[in-house]
Ligand binder design. Structure first.
Ligand code: SF4
Length: 82
């Protein structure tokens, strides 16, 4: 298992290349985040607004293999703790 984490400002995305079936749902759904010509090819920092983070969650949810996963940031680290 080779899951790697890609850090974003609102959410992270992790990717396991052994699971990827190259269906390209990710690249079609959000090419500004998933760009196979770029290194690193996943850049969740691009999804820096809550609308874009929601879209990213939706696109990651379409990945048919489970290779992509949203890694939510710890909400208690966002200043919500008493
Ligand atoms: S949508 Fe999932 S299976 Fe398809 S290319 Fe992207 S990571 Fe791989």
């Amino acid at each position: 298992m080779t899951r790697r984490n890609y850090r974003g400002s609102l959410v992270d995305v992790s990717f396991d290349k052994d699971l990827c079936r190259h269906a390209a749902e990710c690249v079609r759904g959000m090419p500004e985040v998933f760009d196979t010509q770029r290194r690193p090819w996943i850049d969740p920092l691009v999804a820096g607004t809550s609308e874009r983070a929601d879209h990213l969650r939706e696109v990651v949810g379409r990945c048919p293999s489970g290779a992509l996963r949203i890694e939510e940031h710890d909400p208690s680290a966002a200043g919500g703790a008493r």
